[in-house]
Design a protein around this ligand. Structure first.
Ligand code: NAD
Length: 283
């Protein structure tokens, strides 16, 4: 079809992704013919080593760009011609644009979290923050915390080496001892203004809590990045203790808002995409 903008998502096990509907519904509302296609490694029986071929295939088919997810966000970097400054610093890409024979990598995960946080918890104290989970998403959230002007970022991960590696990377970038990896959740919680969960704890497949709820005080704010379900056990407990909370839906929506802008060159209606996401997730 003439004028059809093709975009997609490359990753493993992505059949439940909300991205196709989120992008296509916004495009439809703008009168823009757009198809968002899932390029699912799992469904095709492929491993991540197929990424170079899948990327080349999408480019050859005239895609405007693709989103990239697990397990390809780092792996895609050597396949690109250029990176945004933030993607280069973070070392992860979730959006690739194909432009004039060049492939340009961006990261809208960090900006998605930052935008959600600015809107959802605009006036909270941000001097001392605890980030639990230093995996792929945790690295993006840590970058967002830097950009949001965190004073000190405490990092905790069940895999201590991951928290330590992120600490070293953030401090090298900040040129200061801004990040502190810690195995001690209780003493960190006693010192921080708020807590961000970037572990999978709270998902249906990973029930449980990233911190003991007895450590939550009403003065803490609590931000989630898990968004399925939108109300995790952590958020439920936090609310019942009087904490201000932010669910993970905003990060998911605002990473898509920024990717839509990059893919189409048009300004998406963030309110409309938020409302659509809420309808899809029953939020
Ligand atoms: P990952 O596997 O790369 O990293 C998870 C990290 O959490 C690992 O380092 C692991 O050691 C650590 N961890 C697990 N359980 C822990 C615990 N109990 N205490 C401390 N550390 C623990 O996963 P990821 O890609 O970073 O994703 C994490 C979660 O973020 C997933 O649930 C995913 O759905 C969610 N996510 C949400 C968004 C969004 O837009 N809202 C975006 C990306 C990821």
């Amino acid at each position: 079809m003439a004028g059809l903008l093709r975009v997609g998502l490359i990753g493993a096990g992505i059949q439940q992704s909300k991205s196709p509907l989120l992008h296509m519904e916004e495009a439809r509302a703008q009168g823009l013919p757009l198809s968002y296609e899932l390029i699912d490694l799992t469904a095709r029986g492929l491993g991540p080593e197929a990424l170079p071929d899948l990327l080349a295939e999408a480019e050859a088919q005239g895609f405007a760009g693709v989103n990239i997810t697990h397990p390809c966000k780092q792996r895609v970097i050597p396949l690109l011609d250029d990176l945004s400054e933030d993607a280069a610093q973070l070392g992860a890409v979730n959006t690739v644009l194909f432009r004039d024979g060049r492939r340009i990598g961006h990261n809208t995960d960090w900006s998605g979290f930052a935008e959600s946080f600015r809107r959802g918890l605009p006036d909270v104290a941000f001097d001392n923050v605890l980030l639990v989970g230093a995996g792929g998403a945790g690295v993006a959230v840590a970058h967002a915390c830097l950009r949001l002007g965190v004073g000190r970022l405490w990092l905790h991960d069940a895999d201590a080496a991951r928290a330590e590696a992120l600490e070293a990377d953030l401090n090298a970038r900040a040129g200061a001892a801004l990040a502190v990896a810690t195995p001690y959740l209780a003493s960190a919680m006693a010192q921080v203004d708020g807590l961000i969960n970037a572990t999978p704890m709270g998902m249906e497949a990973h029930p449980g809590l990233p911190v003991d709820v007895d450590l939550l005080m009403p003065r803490h704010w609590v931000a989630e990045i898990v968004y399925f379900p939108l109300e995790t056990a952590l958020l439920r407990h936090a609310k019942s203790r009087g904490c201000r909370v932010l669910d993970g839906g905003g990060m998911a929506v605002f990473q898509a808002v920024a990717a839509f802008r990059l893919f189409t060159g048009r300004e998406p209606d963030a309110g409309r995409m938020t409302a659509h996401f809420a309808r899809m997730t029953g939020g």
